[in-house]
Design a protein around this ligand. Structure first.
Ligand code: C2E
Ligand code: CA
Ligand code: CA
Length: 691
């Protein structure tokens, strides 16, 4: 018969094996004699005795701290709850060494004797850890720095006295709270991202703000470490924080001090302008950047003419004020990107960056001589000074710093020799040109006053039928005794000095008068093209003046077209768009002159209210021989088609040029091939012949 029941004998054998081989130490002690009735293998191993030896011993032999009193005490408490009891004790091995043991003890009958049953475990390791921990927390509690630890969710699990001092919260107030209560959320790392960093790095140092109990923040140096659990897994973060507000302030103070010192080292104390050192620095930089960007710049040396006399007769006190005022006036004549420096005494220098031409340097020099000459009123004295300016040019005069300085200085002495109160270029040729310009400006003012300008007209032709469709008005300057001056000679100077505004008004008036006359006489001159400077269009009253004269002359808006050059429009595209829209709105057509030379961006071109592109004569000149010009011309024609703009080509001199343009779709032609610019009387004859 098969039975699943285990016999009682087998059962107790199995149990006693389990007890015998358990890792715990198990003892059974006679209640009265306190000798061992049973010990298991674990107990023998722990103590180093054999079983036989153990049976010779009593419990005092392996529990050196045990006393009769203690046994009585244990007996009593054991009897009270009858559940057995747990206590810590020390076990002594056979070799005399000790270890901590945790014992669970209760009384029971064993082979009909009263006995203690004792289960013990070696807890030496645990005690060691506990002691270490206690020691650490004692240290943490007493160090001045704040030490705070959290679990991975940011729950604060420890908080020491140093933290209390730093943040103002007590341990009770903060334990169990989320770190967000004290970790400022505008710090560059969130708590979560710190968790990610520490998972990789173990340690991380940073500066961050903590929030104090009074809601203010404190800048801290925080050193973070990851906390590992018993399995070595990342389980939390501990942070050591130190208030660095004072340190930061000290550092900022130091930096400020350093800045002041460096400013002092580079600036003149009287005028606060860059001094010689900084000037040399800037000069070096300007040479480098100008060479890289292929720009020209001018170097000015300026000397105040009567300064020494003022200083000697009125004293340094007044002299200083003169220098400060002169510095202010000089600065006022410059753009922000230019460098004005004081080299010492009454010597100043200027680096005039990225000048487009000689004129712009002359204009500034002129402006300086004028502003310095204005009377100075200082402490009740009215003083007059003037300036002598020497100018050298990069790269024309030299590309070398030392030379440029030397040349500007030489030029300044030349200005002194020339009787002071003037400017001189290092190169005599430049000076001559500059003076020619100054003279021309003066002559132009007279020409405007005396209306020495006359207008020529150049017909524009429809090449398909040879008919005149319009005329471009081109100004000529009738210079007394010399004769006609072509616009190329004076328009650039007129533009720069602003005189162009008045000249264009004169041309506009004359040309519109003439057209109105032709129409009145029954002739058909077509559309009048006027060249206008952007400066003219920008005048506040331009549109009003135009409308008034149209009204006065009975001039139709569709008889008029305005030409503005591409480069002028692109100089300030946004302002141009606005202005051109206003003009277009009153029904006047707009043409872009010299198209192809001004680097228009397509994006802008689409925004301009344009009617016509004028292909520049520089492209027309070499067609059909020059492949590039052919390609560009074709591209402009295609562009005009795609933007739905009219086209005209100028500077057409030959049959080939005309044919090429017509074949490629540009049939509106202006040029010597058909007509040269002519005075009004000659045009009248042509128009009469056509009638
Ligand atoms: P632009 O507006 O490009 O005028 C066309 C120039 O080409 C004129 O020179 C004209 O005489 C010249 N030209 C015409 N057909 C031919 C040709 O077949 N071959 C050659 N080689 N040249 C030809 P101009 O009259 O000397 O005028 C020069 C520039 O002066 C004009 O260039 C224009 O920018 C400016 N300008 C002329 N009159 C005025 C004006 O009243 N006001 C303004 N603001 N600028 C003007
Ligand atoms: Ca033109
Ligand atoms: Ca042109």
């Amino acid at each position: 018969m098969l039975s699943t029941e285990i016999s009682a004998e087998n059962y107790s054998k199995e149990l006693s094996d389990i007890i015998e081989f358990a890792l715990n130490e198990i003892y059974i002690v006679d209640f009265n004699t306190l000798t061992y009735l049973y010990v298991n293998k674990g107990a023998c191993n722990a103590l180093g005795y054999t079983k036989k030896e153990m049976f010779q011993l009593n419990i005092f032999d392996i529990n050196p701290e045990l006393t009769i009193d203690k046994i009585n005490f244990l007996n009593n408490s054991n009897n009270n709850n009858n559940k057995g009891m747990l206590h810590r004790t020390i076990h002594k091995r056979k070799d005399g060494t000790n270890y901590y043991a945790q014992s669970y003890l209760y009384t029971k009958k064993y082979h009909s004797k009263d006995a203690y049953i004792i289960f013990s475990t070696d807890i030496s390791e645990q005690i060691k850890l506990e002691l270490q921990h206690q020691q650490q927390s004692k240290i943490l509690e007493h160090i001045h720095e704040s030490v705070i630890s959290t679990d991975l969710h940011g729950r604060i699990i420890s908080y020491n006295k140093g933290s209390e001092k730093l943040l103002g919260y007590t341990e009770e107030e903060i334990l169990g709270q989320n770190i967000a209560k004290i970790y400022y959320d505008k710090n560059c790392y969130s708590f979560d991202s710190l968790g990610k960093i520490l998972k990789e790095e173990n340690d991380y140092d940073m500066e961050a703000y903590l929030i104090k109990k009074d809601r203010t923040t404190v800048l801290c140096d925080i050193s973070l470490s990851s906390v590992k659990d018993g399995n070595g897994d990342f389980s939390g973060i501990v942070g050591y924080s130190q208030d660095i507000t004072d340190k930061k302030e000290a550092q900022m103070l130091l930096e400020k001090q350093a800045r002041i010192l460096s400013h002092q080292a580079n600036h003149d104390t009287l005028t606060n302008l860059p001094n010689r050192t900084l000037f040399r620095d800037r000069l070096t930089q300007t040479v480098i950047s100008s060479s890289r960007n292929k720009e020209q710049f001018a170097l000015f040396f300026i000397d105040l003419d009567q300064f020494k006399k003022i200083n000697d007769t009125l004293g340094h006190h007044i002299g200083d004020k003169v220098l400060i005022e002169a510095a202010n006036r000089l600065q006022g004549a410059l753009r922000a990107e230019d460098t004005l420096a004081r080299l010492g005494g009454d010597e100043f220098t200027i680096i005039l960056k990225d000048i487009k031409n000689l004129q712009s340097a002359s204009t500034v020099a002129q402006k300086i001589t004028e502003t310095i000459k204005e009377p100075l009123i200082i402490d009740g004295h009215t003083l007059f000074i003037s300036s002598s300016i020497g100018i050298s040019l990069y790269p024309t005069d030299s590309q070398n710093e030392e030379d440029l300085i030397k040349y500007a200085d030489t030029a300044m002495y030349k200005a002194k020799d020339e009787g002071r109160d003037n400017f001189q270029y290092y190169s005599a040729d430049m000076t001559a040109r500059a003076f020619e310009r100054v003279r021309m400006e003066r002559d132009l003012r007279i020409a405007i006053k005396e209306e020495q300008f006359i207008v020529y007209f150049q017909p524009q032709v429809n090449a398909l039928n040879g008919k005149i469709t319009g005329m471009e008005a081109l100004v000529r300057w009738q210079f007394p005794e010399i004769g006609l001056v072509p616009p190329g000679k004076f328009i650039p100077i007129a533009e720069e000095s602003g005189l162009i505004i008045e000249i264009d008004r004169i041309v506009m008036k004359q040309a519109m008068n003439q057209f109105a006359l032709w129409y009145k006489d029954g002739l058909n001159p077509g559309i009048l093209s006027l060249n206008l400077a952007m400066k003219q269009l920008a005048e506040d009253d331009f549109i009003q003046t135009l409308q008034e004269s149209m009204h006065f002359l009975g001039f139709q808006p569709e008889w008029l077209e305005l030409e503005v050059t591409e480069s002028q429009v692109m100089n300030n595209p946004d302002a141009s768009i606005k202005k051109l829209k206003q003009i277009s709105d009153i029904g006047i057509e707009l043409a872009i002159d010299d198209f192809g030379t001004g680097y228009s961006s397509l994006a802008y071109l689409k925004k301009f209210p344009l009617d016509k592109l004028k292909i520049d004569q520089s492209f027309v000149r070499d067609i059909p021989e020059d492949e590039d010009d052919v390609a560009i011309t074709k591209a402009i024609i295609a562009l005009a088609k795609s933007l739905n703009l009219k086209l005209i080509a100028e500077g057409v001199e030959t049959q080939e040029q005309r044919d090429f343009l017509v074949e490629n779709g540009c049939s509106s032609i202006q040029g010597y091939f058909y007509y040269r610019p002519m005075p009004a009387e000659e045009i009248t004859k042509i128009l009469q012949d056509m009638n």
